[in-house]
Design a protein around this ligand. Structure first.
Ligand code: KG4
Ligand code: ZN
Length: 369
């Protein structure tokens, strides 16, 4: 089964081809330079950039792999959550392509796709837990099957990546700052007592990071002159130490909730870590250690599949299609903050491992699908 995945929920226009669970090729146009001028994603500009690049990227991807639209079995698209204007560009393109090529059409939950993407490199042991940490979301899930994700906890204010980016901005680092803060943190020594651990004194699995941003702002106001880069343009040691303290506070807060979730599900021993912040060096190490201590297993996508990409949409879309699920062309794009409808169609006859376009198109073929 050949599936084209289209991702345009935020500021990356990304397309990829997955065939039978294996990545064939991927292409991506980042808008980071455009939004860096404004210090954050500008929704109107993001939608225009998606519109500018979508057709070009599609042509490049298909032609360099010698595929035509007629060979696509499935067209999958991120249908949300995300920026509505950006989503609409991808969804409209995907619908038109599915209609023209007679491929099946699948709208994919962007958050579930992040968590499923590790399936491209190793089998996911269902059920497992999933921690999604990105620029827009901090969520923890019980992942029962590719179709059933139960959210156990969520971010109540700033998402963890958003907190990293806002703190990085306060420190004068380039946008998006998470990766720069992480790089400086590796050169510093974190003080575990410098910042309060946010929102742990409770018994739930929700997250809150806006207080940490305020605590860092207060610290900068107190010690701001010490954070200025040295004459060489390099970061001062105190800046590296502060970044290390932020990294440590965020990581340990996330680990506390992960440990709590593992305690609640003693029969579950595996956890998927996904989303852009899953590229964070300390978080990867510490969550790995946490699972090792409990003889569990951490499933971790490679860093380039942690941030937004087309492969995760293609992989998730093909998986859903393979299980017999798809959408009709009425499917809507769902912006952040709106509940995702449960509107996948299911057709048992389409849920077969070896179902391919060839079999589907042959009207005389009566083999069971
Ligand atoms: O998943 P993603 O690409 O986009 C969203 O769906 O939000 O995540 C982007 C987020 C940004 O906030 C970025 O700063 C953060 O992931 N990020 C990191 C690192 N690499 C990316 N945060 C901390 N450490 C990193 N190494
Ligand atoms: Zn994302």
């Amino acid at each position: 089964m050949l599936c084209l995945g289209i991702e345009s929920s935020c500021d990356e226009t990304a397309l990829a081809l997955v065939r039978d669970g294996t990545l064939v090729d991927a292409i991506l146009a980042s808008q980071v330079d455009v939004h860096a001028l404004f210090g954050g994603v500008v929704p109107e500009l993001a939608a225009r950039e998606h519109y500018r690049f979508m057709g070009f990227l599609y042509d490049q991807l298909m032609s360099r792999n010698d595929f035509t639209a007629a060979e696509l079995d499935v067209v999958a698209v991120a249908r949300g959550p995300g920026l509505l204007g950006s989503l609409l560009v991808g969804v409209a393109f995907a619908k038109a392509l599915a209609l023209a090529s007679e491929a099946r059409f699948v709208g994919v939950n962007h958050l579930h796709a992040h968590l499923l993407t590790v399936g491209l490199q190793e089998a996911i042991p269902w059920p497992c837990l999933g921690l999604l940490v990105s620029g827009g979301h901090t969520e923890i899930y019980l992942m029962e099957s590719p179709m059933r994700f139960i959210r156990l906890g969520r971010g109540l204010d700033d998402a963890v990546g958003e907190a990293f980016d806002k703190i990085a901005k306060l420190l004068g680092l380039p946008y998006p700052g998470g990766v720069h803060l992480d790089a400086l943190a590796r050169r510093g020594r974190g003080d575990p007592k410098l910042f309060p651990r946010p929102y742990l004194d409770n018994n739930n699995l929700d997250f809150s990071f806006s207080g940490l941003k305020t605590a860092v702002a207060t610290q900068i106001a107190r010690d701001g002159h010490l954070l200025v880069n040295t004459a060489s343009g390099d970061a001062s040691q105190i800046l590296c130490d502060l970044c290390a303290s932020v990294n440590l506070t965020v990581t340990e807060s996330l680990c506390t909730k992960v440990a709590r979730a593992l305690d609640r599900f003693p029969d579950i021993h595996s956890l998927v870590l996904a989303g852009g912040v899953a590229a964070n060096s300390l978080l990867r190490t510490r969550v790995g250690q946490l699972l090792e201590e409990r003889s569990g297993r951490l499933l971790l996508p490679p860093p380039h599949l942690c941030t937004d990409n087309g492969a995760m949409i293609a992989y998730a879309g093909e998986l859903l299609a393979r299980h017999g699920f798809d959408h009709d062309l009425n499917m809507e794009a769902i912006p952040k903050g709106i509940r995702m409808p449960d509107d996948l169609r299911h057709d048992e006859r389409k849920s077969a491992a070896d179902f391919s376009r060839q079999e589907r198109m042959d009207p005389l073929d009566t083999r069971p699908l």
